[in-house]
Design a protein around this ligand. Sequence first.
Ligand SMILES: [Zn+2]
Length: 141
Amino acid sequence: MTPKPDEDVVLKQLSEELRRTHALSEGQKQTLSKVFEKRLPPALGLVEAKSVTCFKFKPSGRTVWIVRGRKGDYQVMPESMFCTCDDYYFRVMDNKKQLCYHLVAQQIAEALGKFDTSDQSDSRYADLTAKWNSRASSRRI
Ligand SMILES: [Zn+2]
C-alpha cells in the first residue's frame, strides 16, 4: 500500500507541467481525479467558466487571486495554499489537509492561462480585500 500523495504536491507538479503544455491531457485529468475525486469536476467547471480572476494592484505590483464560487467570491493564496472559503476552513480544522476546489481551480487556471485579469489601483486594495475577507471573519465558529 502506497500512501496517498500530498494533494498540494500533486497539484504543484501538475501546474508546472501545464505551464509548459497549456493543455490538460486525459492522463493528467485521471491523475487529478484520483487525488481530488469529487472536487475535480467543480474545479474544472470554474476554470471553464473563467471564474478565476487575478487582481493586479498598481503601482505596488501586488496580486490577489479571487475565485467566484457558488456562494460568493473567495480569496485564494497560492503561495500558502490558503482559501477563505468555509470548506477549506473546516477541512483544515479537522486536520484532513485537503485542498478545496477553489485552490485546485486557481492552480489549473493560472497554469493554463485561463483566467481574467483586473487592473486595480493600490488605493482600492484595502477596500477590496476587506470585502473579500469580511466573509471569512464573519463566519460562525
Ligand atoms: Zn476554497
